[in-house]
Each structure stands twice: as C-alpha cells, then as structure tokens.
Design a protein around this ligand. Structure first.
Ligand code: ADP
Ligand code: MG
Ligand code: ZN
Length: 636
C-alpha cells in the first residue's frame, strides 16, 4: 500500500467508527445475532478437519494424540495428533464427544496426554449490549490491524512476532514401540547405547555411587544407517516418551523463533521426564559459529546458544537424555561437544556383510520369500547398502512380486530391485540400429577391460536395457569388505572406465566417438586426480596436496584455501594427464588385440540384450585367456 492510501485508510477509520456507533445506537439491534466469541467455544474453523469419536479412540491407542482441548462441557474437543505419514507433523482435528466421560479422562491420564477442559461460561445479561457493540469494535479493530500489517513489510517485526507464538513443531511419541531387536547390524553402537537405557530406567544405580549421568549422546553416521531408529529404540526399551525435532526445523527466517522452539521443547520435556529428546540433523543448527560467508547467521547462532543454555540448565539426573544425529560431525561447533553436553559420540556405520544379513532378517519378518531365496546371497550382492536401502530393497521386491502376480519374492525380483535402486528405473530397450550397436560396443569395451585386467572387479553382467540416465550398463561385483584400494586397482578402474570410449574409438574411428562416455570420463578424471593429490601415488611423491573438505559454506574455513603453489598445481595437472594418457593407450591396445572377441560379443549382446558375467567370460575365453581374479569371500 502506498503512502496516499494509507492516509486515506487512517482518515476513514474514525469516521467509520463514528458512523457505526451511531447506527448501533439508533436501531442496530438487528445485529444481535453476532455471538461473543471466547475461549469457551471450540473454534469452528473450517480449516480444521473432523474425525469420529471412534477414530479418536483409535488414535489415542496408536499413541498419535499429543493434546486434547475439551470444550462446551465435553460436547466437543480439538485434538492435536501427529501424522506418521507426514513426517509426524502435528494436525488439529475436531471431534464431537458424547459428553464428559470419566473413562475418557482416565484414558488420557494413563496415556500421559496433556488435556484441558474449558468450562462453558454462560454469558451474563449485560453482555447482550456488549454483544451488539462487539461487531463494530471487531470490525474497527480488524481495520486497524490491517492498516498496521500493511505498514510493515511482509516478514517484518510484526509477522515475526506472530510466528514466534506458533507452537513448536516437534513431535512427541508417548511410546515408540521400537525395540533394540528392530535395529540390526550395528552391534557396537547398540552396546554403547544400552547403557543409556539404564540411565533412563535406573538412574539411581549411577547417582548412588556419585556418577554423573551424561546428558547428551551424538550419533554420527551416514543417512539411512538407523540413527533415528536407534534413538527410538532407546526410548522404546526404556519406556519413556520420545520428543523429536529436526535441526532444520529450528532454523527459521525470523530471528528468535528457533530459540523459542528450543525453550518450548525443553519445557515440554521437563514436564514429561524421564524422557528422551532426539534432535535430527543437528548440524543445521550446531555448525561452527561465525563460519560461512556473509558473517554467519544470527538466527542459527541464537538457536544454538539457546540449546547450549538449556542443556546446561538441568542436572544430569533429571531424567532427560538428549540424543542428536548428524552425518557431519566435523562441522559441529566445539561448544556442543564439551563435557556436560554431547560428550558421548557413538558412530553408526553402514553395515558389513553380516550386518546386512541381520538387517535383511529383520525386514523380511513380514515378507513372503521363496524357499530357495537365500538372504545370504542378497547380503552378498549389496555391498555399500545401508539399513534404509535394504529395507527399501525388500519393499521394492515385494511390490514387483505383487505386480507380477506371484505368491512369493524370488531372486529375480530381488535382482531387479537392486538394479533399480542403484541405477534407476528400467527403460524400454532401443530398437536395432546404429546407436544400439554403438552402445553395445561401448559396454562390451567396459566389460572386456574389466575381465582382462587382473586387478579389476569381475563383470557381473552387461546389458543394453536402459536404466535411469544410462543407455546401457556394465555391472561389476565389487570385492565385498575391501577397505583399502591398491594403486593397481585404481589404475584398473580407470582403464575399465575408459574401455567404453576406447571401443568406440577403435571400432568407429576418432570422428565418431560420442557423448555417451561423458560420465566415464568424469570418473576417470576424479580418480586420477585423487591418485596424485590425495593418495600420493604419482612421482610427485607421497604428499597430500589437497584437503578433502571442499564445501565452502559448511566448514569452519571461510574458503577452501589452496595449499599449493601455481607451479605445483601445474605439475599436478601434468601428472593427472600422464596417468590418464598411459591408461588410455594401454586400454586401446587391449581393445585392438581383441577385436574379434569384441565383434562376436557385440553380436550376441545386440541379440540377447543382457549377458551375465559367467556367460561373458566363457565366450571371451574361447578367444583369449582370462586372468584369475583374487577374491576374498567372507563366510557368513
Ligand atoms: P537415519 O536416521 O540414520 O538416516 P533411519 O533410522 O531413519 O536412518 O532409517 C530409516 C529406515 O531404514 C528405518 O526406519 C528402518 O526401516 C531402516 N533401517 C535403517 N537402519 C537399520 C538397521 N540398522 N536395522 C534395521 N532397519 C534399519
Ligand atoms: Mg534419520
Ligand atoms: Zn560407459
């Protein structure tokens, strides 16, 4: 609104007020219908959804209800419930009640749900006249508010105050229902956390000998490894309420909102102790203060300060334990890790093969598997999968099984689901033609190098069926629990990645090579560069020339400093190019020497569209000898 309009509105207000009052006094009793709105009547807001009384009881049983406000002498209520399908978001729902039943009150008490009964207030006689006046007063009040609102910019102080008053967006589960048995493959983390359950259940065991019970535990690990699940399991085992909130929800546009949420959260937690507070993605608030470009973020710092204050503000034996999760412990503010705060760190790592097997056991409990399907073989096929990936895998496989109208999940569906999770949705195969042949040569190139270079992982299958972005794919089975990668292996991987381009180059000529190798070449560049700068595998010697922290905005450093001089960085580029060039020459020569084998493999691949690893090797072995791959197979 511009200045002129604002003036007009301001002038109109008193005039309107006077006119309305005059109208009221003269003959305005027709307006009697407006009722006094007060807290004794449940807000009839159309935005609030409704549910039946029976449903409400179900919700209570499922532990979804967080608070109940009863109105009109128990005739209706506004319920706050969390919706697990919507990230545990809190919803307000209206319910019509059969009256103020003592059973209901007892249930609410038992479930530890906070409730409030707003007594019906009968309006005294004198209020009738006030009621008449209320309409104009409300109208004028509304106008004033409107004018004030338009005065301040959106997002200005006027609005921030309103947001500050909104309820904190945290979820509370009275009973998580998750037990340690539901979390598998992270036995070390579980052992560390079992003690936390005892802290919550029998604090006196520790306090009686003078031990200080830790307040905070930090779970560190990549996404999907089960951090949230572990936190819920602790609450479930200890039988205490679970408060959860995500770090990113603290951080709002408006300064002070995050801090007020933290205060609210701790207030509610103290009312419900013993309990567990879970803060997901704590790095969103807990980042090193004063970092980042533009002088840091006031809101975040205030929120973090509030969190630290609250943590210092209660005693360890008050029955509240705070568990936070992050996958970036390196960026956290050191103040968070001080004794008395998150002084315990538990790392939650992606599972090894045994871990994967036990996670698969947990998640296949409610699935129908074919008798011949062994969970071991799935565990073996899924190195690098986290718990969440595995849960997703079994679910995808179950969906595929249902879609194919089968009675039980077989290895076929598992295989398809694994491919889909790694490489995306399957597309429809290309029709025969030049581009299909070119893709076939490209993929056979990868697979050939993968088979003939000893240090390369063996080929699992080659396919021309597109998936995700890829037009064709060559799958390799990586060595299972290999922690260290040798120089020979890195070189082999570079050669394998170059195999596709080399085959295009040799078969179709330099002018015909395609963009299809773009992804391969990027990989090659990054592997070769790391060999030089991080792993000291070039003749620049065993020096680390680059840190691995490249995120400008997240870290403690304002900007990534380059530790190397111009001369060195020229040398690095030179070495990288040298490595790639050597590898490419070697790759091209392998392709040239096996042209006959490549041609026949391409014929078969174009016809069959997929060749599995064993078949590929048996065809190839009729042309040349294949080196034996060294593998360590873990026994489960
Ligand atoms: P994070 O919090 O570490 O990102 P979550 O705990 O949210 O991971 O895991 C997501 C889902 O993946 C869980 O609900 C569970 O179904 C499954 N999951 C993850 N890790 C495990 C595990 N170790 N054992 C069993 N299930 C797991
Ligand atoms: Mg999580
Ligand atoms: Zn490729």
């Amino acid at each position: 609104m511009n200045q002129r309009w604002r003036l007009i509105v301001l002038w109109l207000l008193p005039i309107g007020m006077a006119a309305l009052l005059a109208w009221q006094i003269l003959g305005g009793s027709q307006l009697n219908t407006t009722k006094p709105t007060s807290a004794t009547v449940a807000p009839r807001n159309t935005a609030i959804s409704r549910m039946s009384y029976g449903r409400f009881l179900d919700y209570i049983e499922a532990g979804r209800v967080t608070s109940v406000d009863i109105y009109e002498g128990g005739r209706n209520a506004v319920v706050e419930a969390i919706d697990p399908d919507l990230d545990n978001r809190v919803q307000k729902i209206r319910v019509d009640l059969p009256g103020l039943a003592p059973e209901l009150i007892n249930t609410l008490k038992e479930e530890g749900i906070s409730f409030d009964i707003h007594p019906p207030r009968t309006a005294p006689q004198g209020l009738g006249i006030l009621g008449n006046l209320l309409f104009p007063i409300l109208l004028i009040g509304g106008l004033i508010l409107l004018a004030r609102r338009s005065n301040s910019m959106p997002g200005g102080p006027g609005q921030a105050m309103q947001f500050g008053k909104t309820k904190a967006r945290f979820a509370m589960e009275a009973e998580t229902g998750v037990k340690f048995d539901d979390v598998a493959g992270v036995s070390e983390a579980k052992q560390d956390l079992e003690e936390v359950v005892t802290f919550l259940k029998q604090p006196e065991r520790f306090t009686s000998v003078g031990a200080r019970i830790p307040k905070g535990v930090l779970l560190v690990g990549p996404p999907g490894t089960g951090k949230t699940l572990l936190a819920k399991a602790i609450a479930g085992e200890a039988g205490v309420p679970f408060f959860s909130l995500s770090g990113s929800e603290f951080v709002e546009m408006f300064v002070g909102v995050g801090a007020s949420r933290v205060r609210d959260l701790f207030k509610r937690a103290k009312e419900n102790s013993p309990c567990l507070i879970f803060i997901d993605e704590i790095d969103a608030v807990g980042r090193q203060r004063g970092a980042g470009i533009g002088g840091g973020n006031d809101e975040r710092e205030q929120t973090l300060n509030q969190l630290l204050t609250e943590m210092d503000g209660f005693e360890g034996n008050s029955g509240i334990i705070i568990i936070a999760a992050t996958n970036r412990p390196d960026v956290l503010d050191s103040a968070l890790m001080r004794p008395g705060r998150f002084d315990r760190q538990v790392s939650v790592d992606p599972p090894d093969i045994k871990g994967r097997l036990s996670i698969l056991k947990v998640h296949s409990r409610n699935k129908v598997l074919e008798d011949t399907l062994s969970l071991e073989s799935i565990a073996r096929r899924t190195p690098g999968f986290t718990g969440a990936d595995l849960a997703n895998l079994l679910n995808e496989a179950a969906i595929l099984t249902a879609r194919r109208r089968k009675a039980a999940i077989s290895l076929l569906e598992i295989d398809d689901a694994v491919d889909r999770i790694i490489a995306g949705m399957e597309g429809s195969p290309l029709t025969d033609g030049r581009s299909k042949r070119l893709i076939a040569y490209h993929e056979v190139g990868h697979a050939l190098i993968g088979s003939l270079v000893k240090a390369h992982d063996p080929v699992q299958k080659v396919t021309l069926i597109p998936r995700g972005q890829a037009k064709g794919l060559t799958w390799f089975s990586p060595d299972d629990e290999q922690m260290l990668i040798s120089r020979a292996q890195l070189k082999a991987r570079i050669m394998g990645a170059l195999g596709g381009r080399a085959a295009e180059d040799v078969v179709f000529g330099h002018a015909e090579v395609t963009t299809g190798a773009g992804g391969d070449i990027q990989q090659v560049a990054s592997m070769a560069r790391q060999m030089v700068t991080r792993f000291g595998m070039s003749d620049l010697g065993p020096v680390s020339l680059e840190g691995d922290n490249q995120e400008v905005f997240l870290g403690r450093d304002l900007m990534t400093r380059s530790d190397v001089s111009d001369a060195i960085s020229r040398q690095i580029d030179e070495k990288v190019r040298e490595i790639v060039k050597h590898c490419y020459i070697e790759t091209v020569s392998i392709v040239k020497n096996n042209r006959e084998a490549i041609d026949s493999l391409v014929e078969i691949l174009v016809e069959k569209e997929t060749i599995d690893g064993d078949e590929f090797r048996s065809i190839l072995s009729s042309f040349t000898s294949i080196p034996e791959k060294e593998r360590v197979t873990t026994t489960i």
